[in-house]
Design a protein. Structure first.
Length: 373
């Protein structure tokens, strides 16, 4: 049986695309960002995509089996300002409003790990309890958990909060999808760095990385030497700046700049003089040392490399006039491989829900999904 979905806060399309790949029929997607809307329309011209503020979204005649909502995470994320009183933290109420109006059998809400520590201003009530409670008030039973992406075919250690709300009661025995084993980054990035002539959308590798911290020395090097993945930003607290393709990456997000270093690569932690550029520093009083990467040449990841780490297929093209816009669409997205696994899980749950029988694992939950490139 085929099921349908609609998306709120669809962004660059990771969650919506994953459910389409899991066999769901698309009914609508919405977002307020013009570049996100352009990306969705360019890749799926047959989709119904609304460029609209969620407060103005009227879901009349928008019946779906599943309502998806990747609510904005900037107010909760460590990559943002992480303020309890950020207005975006209240956008889940718009999802509840829409759900109450169209009564989908299932609502899926996704957000960042740090949601677990945030509390409502004034009452001090945990946001997770508030979100769950709001769905329960309109007649839904809620299941939720925090899941590590590296166990779902995604080469990242990033963890995400997932809430699934069933109208009435959840199927007996229902559980969110289980992990299948750690996925490392090599299959996603090896060929793209070893084949510099590879022609892909959103991929324009340029060996140049202007920086006041990291140093491209220009020293001679053996060009057959494999480039090494490195982190150019947020390196004070996130482990060694030099990474390995044989392991999952830390979270790919909008606040972290990743790149490649090739030839005579070194990395060390040094004291940083913040006095001359204090206005550019979030925490001027910080005392910790920062990593400095040095190599013969450096470059940042291309948008396609970020997109591969987020498991977008290479034919999914991101629209936008600035690198910042492209980076935000990709970094804020739900990884596609995980979204597909979640979609298969929800599809199996809907089979049980409609038939009134106990939940049975979907076939997709017995294997690890890896998109081929």
């Amino acid at each position: 049986m085929s099921y349908s979905f609609g998306g709120m806060f669809s962004g660059g399309g990771g969650l919506d695309l994953g459910f389409e790949l899991a066999g769901f029929d698309h009914r609508f997607s919405t977002d307020w960002d013009a570049d996100c809307v352009a990306t969705l329309r360019q890749n799926r011209p047959h989709w119904s995509v609304s460029h609209i503020d969620v407060h103005d979204f009227d879901p009349v005649d928008r019946e779906v089996d599943v309502l998806l909502a990747g609510i904005p995470c900037q107010g909760f994320s460590l990559g943002g300002n992480r303020r309890d009183d950020d207005d975006r933290n209240q956008l889940f109420r718009q999802v509840v409003r829409v759900a109450e109006k169209i009564r989908p059998p299932v609502v899926v809400v996704e957000n960042v790990l740090n949601l677990r520590n945030m509390r409502l201003p004034g009452s001090g009530k945990p946001f997770i309890q508030e979100i769950s409670g709001q769905f329960e008030k309109i007649g839904y039973e809620v299941e939720s958990d925090f899941l590590k992406m590296s166990g779902f075919g995604v080469p990242q250690t990033r963890r995400r909060f997932v809430l699934v709300a069933f109208r009435g009661r959840s199927p007996k025995g229902y559980q969110l999808p289980g992990a299948c084993g750690v996925q490392h980054a090599e299959p996603f990035l090896r060929d793209i760095i070893m084949n510099p002539e590879l022609c892909l959308p959103n991929h324009d590798p340029n060996w140049s990385f202007p920086s006041q911290v990291h140093v491209a020395t220009g020293e001679p090097f053996d060009e057959s030497e494999a480039p090494i993945p490195v982190r150019f930003s947020r390196t004070a607290s996130d482990g060694n700046a030099v990474r390995c393709l044989k392991q999952p990456f830390p979270a790919v997000d909008t606040a972290t700049i990743w790149g490649w270093a090739q030839g005579n690569v070194t990395a060390e932690r040094l004291d940083v003089d913040r006095s001359n550029r204090a206005k550019f520093v979030r925490n001027r009083e910080a005392k910790h040392k920062l990593w400095r990467v040095s190599a013969s040449r450096l470059r940042a990841f291309t948008e396609r490399e970020y997109a591969r780490l987020q498991t977008f297929p290479d034919d999914w093209v991101f629209a936008g006039a600035t690198k910042r816009s492209l980076h935000m669409q990709i970094g804020n997205a739900v990884p596609v491989a995980f979204a597909r696994r979640l979609g298969e899980n929800i599809g199996a749950a809907l089979d049980s829900y409609y038939k009134g029988v106990p939940y049975a694992l979907s076939s997709g939950e017995s294997r690890q999904l890896v998109l081929e490139y």
